[in-house]
Ligand binder design. Structure first.
Ligand code: PEP
Ligand code: MN
Length: 246
């Protein structure tokens, strides 16, 4: 389970969150230093100072960190701090970026599904990274754009067993961006685990109401602890059967 804020905002916010999610059982800290934004007027991340904060949070919590890289020219600097690189939905078909993260072999890549990407396009994007020589790609279903407006995206639960059938790659789920509503994160996370997801990436914030980004889909520490308490029973219940079914 990867967990943490959408965006690195301050040292205190990031370290507090890192310690809380570690204590709840998360194994990786997430947090964006470079943020892709649909609007140029919304928060675009702290940049390099955000990477330094993530490094401090790693030391404080003992958790490895995952963070997003937006451009080929930033790959080296982000890979120098991050343990795992995230390619965001908006960059799933940024082929120069896919080449660049494929050419470095040191860091594994979490590749998020583009918001209008078919499964075939998603797999071919992963192939770009693999073809350049980095075998460590994790696929992330994070919801796709449909006509539905109550949710930010429509979480494609069937993508999880389908991707596991079509590839050997690990598949994780992001119910935070997949739903866009904090109260849908818990049930959809459990559904993803039941569908065979190998992991989860969850947005958590010390005070979601004042988050600079994605607060409405971020879990409080209490709600993250409740999710972590519920996951093991679902995972145990489907272990074997979720895979046997596909
Ligand atoms: C994120 O993880 O904060 C993010 C921007 O996700 P996505 O690329 O899936 O929209
Ligand atoms: Mn986010």
């Amino acid at each position: 389970v990867m967990a943490g804020p959408c965006s690195v905002e301050t040292l205190e916010q990031t370290v507090t969150t890192a310690k809380a999610v570690a204590a709840a059982g998360a194994s990786i800290l997430r947090g964006g230093a470079y943020k892709p934004s649909t609007s140029p007027y919304s928060f675009r991340g702290l940049g390099e100072p955000g990477l330094d904060i993530l490094a401090e949070a790693r030391t404080a919590s003992g958790l490895p960190v995952i963070t997003e890289v937006l451009t080929p020219t930033d790959v080296a600097v982000v890979a120098a701090t991050a343990d795992c690189l995230q390619i965001g939905a908006r960059n799933m078909q940024n082929f120069a970026l896919l080449d660049a993260v494929g050419e470095q072999r040191e860091r594994p890549i979490v590749l998020k599904r583009g918001m209008s990407a078919t499964i075939e396009e998603f797999l071919l994007a992963a192939e770009y990274i693999l073809a350049r020589g980095n075998p460590n790609v994790i696929l992330c279903e994070r919801g796709i754009r449909t006509f539905e407006k109550y949710t930010r995206n429509t979480f494609d639960i069937s993508a999880i067993p389908l991707l596991k059938r079509l590839t050997h790659l690990p598949v994780i789920a992001d119910p935070s961006h997949g739903t866009g509503k904090w109260y849908l994160v818990h049930p959809v996370a459990l559904a993803a685990v039941a569908a065979g997801a190998d992991g989860l990436i969850i947005e958590v914030h010390p005070n979601p109401d004042i988050a600079l980004k994605d607060g409405y889909q971020s879990l409080t520490f209490d709600n993250f602890r409740a999710l972590m308490a519920a996951v093991p029973a679902i995972a145990r219940a489907v272990r074997g059967s979720a895979y046997a079914a596909v």
